[in-house]
Design a protein around this ligand. Structure first.
Ligand code: TXA
Ligand code: MG
Length: 353
């Protein structure tokens, strides 16, 4: 049965959320309803993590296959022990270093936690978000909150309340509108149940920073194969995709700029509307062709990340048919940006020599 409701939106101060809005939102969570809320990474679509029926509602609202597990969000360490068992000591070290923050830990799931949170796996993914609204909501609800990114499945993640509303209107009971999220990319997902700690998704917390605590951490292979970025298109789940078709370019600066210009002109000759999603410096070279969205200065990967999903959605809103973009290296936040861009491009990567 489809879950339909009238969506309310409460504006909320991101730093000092008002008690009344939080109380109403927390009541809804305890009643098994859905509340979208800001975190420091992206907006989450929240439900009581201990209520299997409420979790089910998340999958239906997102139109997400029941094979993609959901992160449980906590506001204190006691809740970690409510969700996971046989917690390894490095989890506590990582929590001390990075929580609250953009790190998600995959651990052994405690037996009473609904299995649909992890699509039947024996594990559970847990994160303590830093955003004051997220913290206040989890605390007031008194239960951990299961929350995937608050977008329709395969759309770019939502970094503003408007994005949530565009995707999920009438499928979520309440949206807490705390403005645009700061980081703009999702958390780093780290599996601590494998033999060596494994990054399943690069994100807000960087690999080099994880190495300071767990030197043996590895990135899942599909992110480390430099030569063949599209070697595993089957594995490249269509994800974060705007409506427009995305092509990602990588290679030496000037060759890439020339290749982008050429492709842009070819598309335009075919009568297709072209969007360019690029760093500010690249826009100076290509600003005369296509509809341009500037992500910020190339060296400032924090700003680029902050703007990425806004840019993908904005170019869609401008009804471009294709989006041409360029990578930001693979180090630091470049790894997470690469992941999101490859997926937005559904593996359509052009390596320019
Ligand atoms: O920053 C974030 O992580 C945001 C905010 C709302 O916290 N959430 C988010 O959730 O991005 P979602 O559902 O869009 O992505 C969760 C990722 C997926 O790649 C999922 O496969 C993985 O975490 N994941 C969740 N539970 C897992 C588990 N038990 N084992 C392995 N991977 C898991
Ligand atoms: Mg998501």
């Amino acid at each position: 049965m489809a879950y339909s409701t009238e969506t309310r939106v409460f504006p909320i101060d991101p730093n000092t959320p008002d008690h009344e809005s939080i109380r109403i939102a927390a009541d809804l969570i305890r009643q098994g309803k859905l509340v979208a809320f800001p975190t420091e990474t992206v907006y989450g679509l929240g439900a009581n993590a201990l209520d299997a029926e409420a979790i089910d509602r998340i999958y239906r609202a997102k139109r997400r296959p029941a094979s993609d597990p959901v992160i449980a969000h906590i506001s204190d360490m006691a809740q970690l022990e409510q969700l996971a068992h046989r917690i390894p000591s490095n989890a506590y070290e990582l929590a001390a270093a990075f929580w609250p923050g953009a790190l998600t830990l995959v651990l052994q799931r405690a037996p009473h936690v609904p299995q649909n949170i992890a699509t039947g796996l024996q594990t559970v993914a847990v994160r303590m978000p830093a955003h004051p609204v997220a913290q206040a909501l989890i605390q007031a609800a008194g239960v951990p909150i299961a929350a995937p990114s608050a977008n329709t499945f395969t759309h770019p993640s939502a970094t503003t309340a408007e994005h949530v509303l565009l995707d999920l209107r009438d499928h979520v009971d309440l949206i807490l509108d705390g403005g645009q999220t700061q980081i703009g990319l999702e958390s780093t997902v780290l599996d601590l149940t494998s033999e060596t700690p494994l990054v399943l998704r690069p994100g807000g917390v960087l690999l080099d920073d994880l190495k300071l605590i767990i030197p043996d951490v590895k990135m899942i292979e599909r992110y480390t194969n430099e030569d063949e970025p599209t070697s595993a298109p089957g594995q490249m789940l269509k994800h974060y995709s705007p409506k427009a078709e995305v092509t990602l370019f990588t290679g030496p600066l000037y060759s890439v700029l020339i290749a982008i210009r050429q492709m842009c002109l070819t598309y335009q000759e075919q009568g297709r509307r072209v969007g360019l999603l690029l760093a500010e410096e690249d826009c100076h070279h290509l600003g005369d062709v296509g509809v341009v969205f500037s992500l910020g200065k190339r060296a400032d990967l924090k700003t680029i990340s902050h703007n990425l999903f806004v840019g993908l959605r904005e170019l869609d809103a401008q009804q471009v048919d294709v989006i041409l973009t360029r990578d930001f290296g693979r180090t630091g936040l470049g790894a997470a940006l690469w992941d999101r861009l490859v997926r937005a491009a559904e593996g359509h990567v052009i390596k320019v020599r």
